[in-house]
Design a protein around this ligand. Structure first.
Ligand code: GDP
Length: 426
């Protein structure tokens, strides 16, 4: 059976922690989309880690960790990350890379940076990891698959064709140096040896595992708001962040996904461009304080270090975010962070052109949306270390239950600290 762990919002909801916990009872953890452009923070017995490309099951020796075909494979970052965790004392994870995954090329990273420079103030807040050019090339069928690396003739031909197109852009649109095919080819030959031990037929592997009753976890990156179809277009990422895409990016049968755990934070955070609509944003000193106290080390991007914008819990966006994910259950994280507040607001509606709604609108209407808040009393007690839901302060439980009543999905897990053991099951 397959479980998916995905984000209901803008990413950074704490999926890494939930995956790290649930991987204990899983056989396989699969990354099915995205690349090394976002980080998953994990705090466990080995230390604190920000994983960017390795699946979050990497800390268990019984788990096979798979980079699915839907991932943008930055092979250098993958091997560097492997080295960095083993250097910190983690036993080498069981890792498998899909032979059908495509390679994120150095020119994707360059193109991403050049395009951001060209767009200047009107950019989409890219992390400049090459993700948008990578997926554009994939769908334009000019990408290079891992399996191509082991077929010299095909590799040279596909690379040459891709570079021809890139060079037109690089020279004439961006006014930057042209790419050299031979240098890129030599680099790919080196990379193919580095990743050779991990490359395999993950499609057969996963299908056989499912036939044999193994437990599979799909690990999503970013969240519903960043999905290119159903998110806040164009402020999205370029791969599908929804559990449904696991059927493609990890190639699990659609009928095998029995459980979709949507992760959402007890407040909102959003990393990306300042021009992105973020209706329940908390600005000024109050926002600074929440940013400082948020997450395990403040709300700063795990990959980029960029300060995240923070806001009140947005029930309108989260209800939609859970719906498009097909959430069967919800994990509410970072509840402990709010313990300092006298009162806590929840965004329960949007006012758009004078009308209040709790239906998440299309992106072009979001800029005009004003938040409508419901204020709840805080609990003003440290809740870290509490193990049972019933032992949480009453106002804290009221907060959880109020959110639950607004998002149309059951909150089955409440996270009250960044570590593995700080998880309360309801
Ligand atoms: P992901 O990309 O969804 O895995 O999320 P990130 O790792 O980017 O961001 C989540 C942040 O919240 C990290 O700093 C985590 O260590 C932290 N975190 C996760 N759960 C909790 C929690 O319950 N309480 C606190 N204080 N921090 C948490």
């Amino acid at each position: 059976m397959v479980k998916a762990i995905v984000g209901a919002n803008w990413g950074d909801e704490g999926k890494g922690k939930i995956t790290d916990v649930l991987a204990a009872q899983s056989d396989i953890v699969i990354r099915f989309q995205g690349g090394a452009n976002a980080g998953h923070t994990i705090i466990n017995d080995y230390g604190r880690f920000a994983l960017h490309i390795l699946p979050s099951g990497s800390f268990y020796s019984h788990v096979t960790n798979i980079i699915g075909n839907g991932v943008a494979l930055d092979a250098r970052k993958l091997v560097n990350e492997l080295k960095s965790i083993t250097d910190q004392g983690v036993p080498a994870p069981n890792l498998m890379v899909s032979e059908r995954a495509q390679i994120l090329m150095p020119y994707h990273i360059l193109q991403d940076a050049y395009e951001e420079e060209r767009l200047a103030g009107k950019s989409f807040g890219s992390t400049k990891s090459g993700i948008a050019p990578f997926y554009s090339d994939k769908y334009a069928k000019t990408g290079i698959q891992v399996c191509d690396l082991y077929d010299d003739e095909r590799l040279k031909e596909r690379l040459t064709r891709a570079v021809e197109m890139k060079n037109v852009l690089f020279e004439h649109l961006y006014h930057k140096p042209k790419l050299n095919v031979d240098e890129l080819y030599a680099e790919l030959l080196e990379l193919r040896e580095i990743i050779r031990p991990y490359v395999g037929d993950t499609v057969s592997f996963v299908h056989n595992a499912l036939k044999n009753g193994k437990k599979v976890l799909l690990e999503g990156q970013l969240g519903s708001m960043k999905d290119p179809e159903l998110g806040i277009c164009p402020m999205t990422t370029s791969s599908h962040t929804l559990a449904g895409f696991g059927t493609i990016g990890a190639c699990v049968p659609p009928t095998s996904i029995e459980d979709v755990i949507c992760v959402t934070k007890a407040y909102s955070s959003c990393v990306g461009s300042a021009t992105e609509p973020f209706v329940s944003e908390l600005l000024g000193e109050e926002g600074d304080e929440l940013r400082r106290r948020g997450g395990d080390k403040g709300e700063f991007g795990a990959t980029t270090g960029r300060p995240r914008r923070v806001g009140w819990f947005d029930a309108v966006a989260t209800k939609y975010g859970c719906a498009v994910q097909g959430a069967t259950q919800v994990a509410l994280t970072c509840l402990d962070v709010l313990s300092y507040m006298d009162e806590i607001k929840v965004c329960t509606g949007y006012l758009i052109d004078g009308e209040e709604t709790d239906v998440f609108p299309v992106p072009c209407k979001l800029n005009n949306a004003k938040p409508v808040f419901t204020t709840l009393p805080g609990w003003k007690t440290d809740i870290r270390g509490i193990k049972n839901y019933a032992d949480l302060p009453e106002n804290c439980r009221r907060y959880v239950e109020f959110i639950e009543s607004r998002i149309d999905a059951p909150i089955t897990m409440v996270s009250n600290g960044p570590g593995r053991d700080a998880l309360i099951y309801r």
